[in-house]
Design a protein around this ligand. Structure first.
Ligand code: NAD
Length: 268
């Protein structure tokens, strides 16, 4: 193995990916397996058809039904990982929810009438769930001698959404506030833990990503792509390099940082 292969190699490491059955979680799971790691795929719906996790077969892959909003569920999941794959050294906090295109009218309506219950549900998964995974799995890593945590955020955690993107819709559509606020919170959870755990050898970084092509409405694509210097949405495999970089020794001097991969969206 040459020195370049060595810094990206994850053989002997155990990784946990939350939301692993989703579109991007499946990509990250495959990437970590390809780099030699054993991977625990955590998801509320382990057979979610969106990500095709069911198509990945490896004796280094364990699929565990975990609800990241429940402390006991994460603790149970971690215990299963430790006994079947060994102590985790990599945690990808990827699970999150957003308002789907067919969301309830109030949820994608004016801010003034945005439902309090929608705020609570999304905050619970996107921020509290990440906090709990860091506390339980990150806490285990800190005790066991170190690791790398990657918290997934979004361009809407560093910028306000341009609501004009959605003006083509017949019914008024407002990109909801909670997704943006929850993703913003990820950035400082990362910084807090990066400094808190630095001496314990746990590195913590944010990966901020832009929108992924998923056969969206062509009006949406036209408006979104106009805002991207590279002129298009990401392909679903275009964040895998960043995941491998942040998971491996290639990023050994990096902690508390925010790596932005967005086709230039935030540069304009
Ligand atoms: N896809 C994009 O365009 C895009 C853009 C920017 C940021 N992101 C971020 O990337 C990450 C992955 O996005 P995606 O498009 O793959 O999403 P996805 O909806 O395809 O997958 C998310 C997965 O999380 C799981 N999940 C939801 N609640 C959970 C819970 N309580 N416990 C455990 N698992 C739970 C779901 O079952 C699902 O499989 C998210 O953090 C998202 O905010 C995505």
């Amino acid at each position: 193995m040459n020195s370049i292969e060595k810094i990206f190699n994850l053989t002997g490491k155990t990784a946990i990916v939350t939301g692993a059955a989703g579109q991007l979680g499946t990509q990250y799971t495959q990437t970590l397996l390809d780099a030699g790691a054993s991977v625990a795929a955590f998801d509320l719906k382990i057979d979610n058809p969106r990500g095709r996790l069911g198509k990945i077969n490896s004796d280094r892959l364990v699929k565990v039904e975990v609800d990241i909003t429940k402390k006991t569920s994460i603790e149970k999941g971690l215990a299963e990982v430790v006994s079947r794959l060994g102590s985790p050294g990599i945690l990808i906090n990827n699970a999150a929810i957003d308002a789907p295109p067919n969301a309830d009218e109030q949820e994608t309506g004016p801010f003034e009438t945005y439902p309090e219950s929608s705020w609570d549900i999304m905050m619970d998964v996107n921020l509290k769930g990440m906090f709990l995974c860091c506390q339980i799995i990150g806490g285990h890593m800190a005790k066991a001698g170190g690791g790398s945590i990657i918290n997934i955020a979004s361009i809407y955690g560093i910028l306000s959404p341009d609501q004009r993107i959605y003006e083509y819709k017949e019914k008024p559509f407002i990109k909801p506030v909670t997704y943006c606020v929850s993703k913003s919170g990820v950035l400082n959870l990362t910084r807090y833990l990066a400094t808190y755990w630095a001496k314990k050898g746990v590195r913590v970084n944010t990966l901020t990503i832009g929108g992924v092509f998923n056969n969206q409405d062509e009006n949406f694509l036209k408006n979104y792509n106009n805002k991207v210097p590279l002129g298009r949405m990401a392909n679903q495999d275009e964040y895998n390099g960043a995941i491998l970089f942040l998971s491996s020794d290639a990023s050994s001097y990096m902690t508390g940082a925010n790596l932005i991969v967005d086709g230039g969206f935030s540069a304009w």
